[in-house]
Design a protein around this ligand. Structure first.
Ligand SMILES: [Fe+2]
Ligand SMILES: [Fe+2]
Length: 343
């Protein structure tokens, strides 16, 4: 249904400039009000249903053109309830030195354990549960990083295919689809948490560093990069599982409140059925996506990077590739993949 929105402060200024000389200066809204306006702005920007209602909304319409009306590039195939609930945190044991290095490099994304100050952990401070806003800060930041590896790997494999005049063994689509999926996670959280200046600066810097590091790393050792991403996804599953546990313990009352609404973009992307549109459902879906990335990347890390086929391309399997990957936390072994193709 169409909805009317208030314009954020910056857009009000723009609108005023557009309508002639300013007669009296606008007073800056309070911080809380400004934040509320930014939330509304992102909700409209990311909504597929909001349509500007009046002449006053034309600036907003211009800002959001092409965002609200664009169809989904890769609509989600949906999750089987059984698979969603079957997902569990796991850790693939490192087998080689390279695996150990990849696992060691993952220390930045892990959740701190819930320690109690006792004889064993004297320096531990009492665990303070995170609030909804703190969770969203974490999710938004991590998802901006998570969208990078698939895009780098898919892009480089695309270039390789063009350069070498050969097929890609079905890897490119899965990798690009993964980065698209991560971006939809980010956009869903953004509609609930509009980032401030500090967060934008951090994302800007992190993207510059991580993209270029990944680019060089993937040229040098694609299997190492897939293993690293596999371990990052291990942590992502653990993080979302922890969030679900916190919800179940009643520590996130805003999200468990029946009146809490998740963003339109999430409902549309995951095609979430009526009655199953709570924040808990959304986190369950996102966790299942992360579990699928975990299985895909651990599998790709096990394969010969130049000659082996991608076993997650749909036509090679009668199970959706995301479902297959989600229930294989350590990925498929190379022998399993080759055997599947030999059949
Ligand atoms: Fe994600
Ligand atoms: Fe992921």
């Amino acid at each position: 249904m169409a909805q009317r929105v208030r314009l954020p402060y910056k857009l009000l200024r723009l609108q005023e400039h557009a309508s002639g000389p300013r007669s009296k200066p606008l007073s800056r809204p309070s911080l809380a009000r400004g934040r509320q306006l930014r939330i509304q702005y992102y909700q409209v920007r990311l909504s597929s249903t909001a349509i500007p209602q009046s002449k006053n909304d034309t600036v907003l319409a211009k800002q959001t053109s092409g965002v609200s009306s664009a169809p989904l590039t890769w609509p989600h195939k949906g999750w089987d309830d059984k698979v969603v609930l079957e997902v569990v945190p796991s850790h693939r044991k490192p087998r080689t030195v390279s695996d150990r290095i990849a696992w060691g490099m993952d220390f930045l994304t892990g959740m701190p354990p819930e320690l109690k100050p006792d004889g064993k952990h004297r320096k531990a401070t009492a665990y303070t549960p995170m609030t909804e806003s703190q969770w969203l800060v974490r999710f938004v930041f991590l998802e901006t990083v998570a969208g990078i590896p698939g895009a780098v790997a898919g892009g480089l494999r695309h270039l390789h295919s063009i350069r070498r005049f050969k097929l890609d063994q079905g890897w490119i689509k899965t990798l690009l689809e993964e980065s698209y999926n991560e971006r939809m996670h980010l956009l869903s959280f953004l509609a609930m948490y509009p980032p401030g200046r500090l967060m934008r600066c951090m994302v800007f810097a992190t993207q510059g560093i991580f993209y270029n590091t990944m680019f060089i790393g993937y040229l040098m050792s694609p299997s190492f990069c897939h293993r690293l991403v596999g371990y990052l996804e291990d942590e992502a599953v653990a993080t979302y599982t922890k969030c679900l546990e916190e919800m179940d313990k009643g520590r996130l009352p805003k999200w468990t409140d029946p009146s809490f609404k998740i963003p339109d973009i999430a409902i549309k992307y995951w095609n979430m059925p009526e009655g199953r549109r709570t924040m808990r459902d959304l986190i369950l879906y996102i966790r299942a996506d992360e579990a699928s990335h975990r299985g895909v990347n651990h599998t790709l890390g096990n394969l010969d990077q130049t000659s082996d086929p991608n076993p997650f391309i749909e036509q090679h399997s009668n199970v959706s590739h995301m479902h297959l990957a989600a229930v294989k936390p350590a990925g498929l072994e190379r022998e399993e993949v080759l055997e599947k193709y030999a059949r």
